[in-house]
Design a binder for this molecule. Structure first.
Ligand SMILES: Cc1cc2nc3c(=O)[nH]c(=O)nc-3n(C[C@H](O)[C@H](O)[C@H](O)COP(=O)(O)OP(=O)(O)OC[C@H]3O[C@@H](n4cnc5c(N)ncnc54)[C@H](O)[C@@H]3O)c2cc1C
Length: 468
């Protein structure tokens, strides 16, 4: 026992976990390279202990104790991050939000719900649905992630095209700063009171403090929901219809376009082989859904799309949160991952072609495919999947890095952004200077230094080391 663990044990009792199993479980997130290291029994640095505070005051006391002892702190939500943001240095203290969960209040008149940061995403959504409301944030990992994690990673849900992403729903938050001070932003629909401090925590990936409470601006559950599907000769033929639908002012919550390999994988009953499937889900009052789906059909058919069975959308809805884990593939010597990036409309086709053709040159590649799942007036995201089986199983990590490097390089080459919603973590960290420029890195470092002068908060995530 160190002085710090003795001190924390007197504060938390059994809520300070020192056993090896808890420390190992909290040493990493769902990043594929950590899964691979786990499988290969390679050393993943173990934290000193896992603290499970129950409120912001306890978090504050923990952070002050860590600052005095100069021990690194790694915040932990659901552990569903996929970029290696959780993989702290040996001997760090993991602060889990697991015991800070549950609905604090719901205000159906003002459409506001407040949750403690460790609330599981699906539980949060169920709590507001009881009142006929929805958060409207449906990440595929809704059952695995926490509301605090959504904020810390700038998460996006499947219904984002109409409802926006986490930054559009977050009304206010409470966070504990590295020095133990508690910061709370004002609950107001908008403010022109200087820079928006919520933005400091959106995407901060545990490097600037611990979010302890969040409030979301809610919406009513829709009266009507309707799916629509069209197939096109090629992915690039279906990009402009999406742009036109959004430019004309329609806002279907779900707009997803799959290339031919992914269309075949997901919709082989309803999409002819070799064609690209475009699905929409409309929500709202029935009259709005009627008029919006009619306009979308006109736009898609005018662009050469063929209407497909709308049961395709029901199938997507039923299976949308099901993802096979990486582990079974890794055990077979197969390395795979998804990489989401974003770009303006006129960059979509060059970006898709550049990334997929570059990935197809990687030795051992079995699949390079992509889809778009979040669209905006000015552009969309592209979400690539690569699957590879290198001849030498020892080359899996190198193959993985090569696929990532090619995707990031091609994205930057066409002017796109390197992360749409999964964040930076460790996998994209060294490309961050290219994404935000040296002045951007200097600004982030200055903010980090002001709040966390000893660099104790999740060191190694988000910001590249000074020497890089
Ligand atoms: C199968 C699968 C599907 C996914 N689908 C989506 C998707 O559709 N959309 C999407 O955006 N993401 C998706 N993700 C990624 C992941 O679920 C999100 O990044 C999610 O927001 C992470 O939340 P979490 O609670 O699990 O955070 P964690 O993984 O525990 O932590 C993520 C980062 O946030 C920090 N952190 C966590 N909680 C706090 C807190 N309270 N205060 C400060 N820092 C904190 C951690 O230190 C870490 O840096 C998916 C992941 C998986 C495995």
């Amino acid at each position: 026992m160190t002085d710090l663990t003795l001190n924390l044990e007197s504060l938390l009792g059994e809520r300070l976990r020192l056993d090896r199993e808890s420390r190992a479980k909290h040493s990493r997130d769902t990043w594929v390279l950590s899964e691979l290291d786990d499988l290969n029994e390679s050393e993943i640095p173990l934290p000193l202990a896992v603290a499970e505070p129950e409120n912001a005051q306890e978090v504050s006391a923990i952070l002050r104790a860590c600052r005095d002892a100069r021990v690194a702190v790694v915040p932990y939500g659901g552990g569903s991050g996929v970029c290696g943001a959780i993989r702290g240095p040996a001997g760090a203290l993991v602060v889990s939000t697991a015991r800070m969960d549950g609905l604090v209040s719901i205000d159906s008149h003002n459409l506001v719900a407040t949750f403690r940061a460790g609330t599981n995403g699906m539980e949060a959504e169920r709590a507001v649905q009881k009142e006929g409301l929805t958060i409207g944030q449906w990440p595929q990992s809704i059952e695995l992630s926490t509301v605090g994690g959504w904020v810390a990673t700038r998460a996006a849900g499947q219904f984002s095209t109409a409802y926006g992403s986490i930054e559009d729903m977050l009304l206010d938050l409470e966070a504990v700063l590295p020095n133990g001070e508690i910061l709370r932003t004002r609950r107001t629909p908008r403010a022109a009171a200087g820079p928006d401090l919520r933005q400091l925590f959106l995407g901060s990936e545990g490097t600037l403090g611990i979010v302890t409470e969040v409030s979301f601006s809610l919406r009513a559950l829709p009266a009507c929901q309707r799916g629509q599907a069209f197939h096109f000769a090629d992915l690039k033929d279906a990009i402009d219809p999406i742009r036109r639908v959004l430019r004309d002012g329609w806002r279907p919550p779900v707009v997803r376009l799959y290339d031919a390999p992914e269309s075949h994988r997901h919709f082989h009953e309803t999409c002819p082989e070799g064609r690209a499937m475009l699905i929409f889900l409309h929500e709202g009052p029935e009259r709005l859904v009627d008029v919006q789906s009619e306009a979308v059909a006109q736009t898609c058919q005018a662009a050469g799309g063929t209407a497909a069975d709308a049961s395709s959308v029901d199938k997507w809805l039923a299976n949308r949160n099901h993802v096979p884990g990486f582990r079974s593939f890794l055990e077979k010597g197969i390395i795979l991952d998804t990489i989401e990036v974003a770009c303006l409309w006129d960059q979509v086709t060059p970006l898709y072609e550049r990334v997929t053709s570059s990935l197809r040159e990687v030795p051992g590649i079995l699949l390079a495919s992509g889809h778009s799942s979040h669209s905006y007036r000015s552009g969309t995201n592209l979400y690539f999947t690569f699957v590879a089986r290198p001849d030498d199983a020892g080359a899996m990590a190198d193959t993985y890095r090569e696929c990532w490097k090619r995707t990031i390089d091609a994205t930057l080459a066409v002017g796109g952004g390197i992360s749409h919603h999964h964040g930076i973590g460790r996998v994209r960290r060294d490309a961050l200077p290219q994404e935000i420029g040296q002045a951007g890195i200097d600004t982030l470092r200055a903010i980090k230094h002001a709040l966390d002068p000893e660099n104790l908060f999740n060191p190694g995530a988000l910001l590249p080391p000074i020497s890089a």
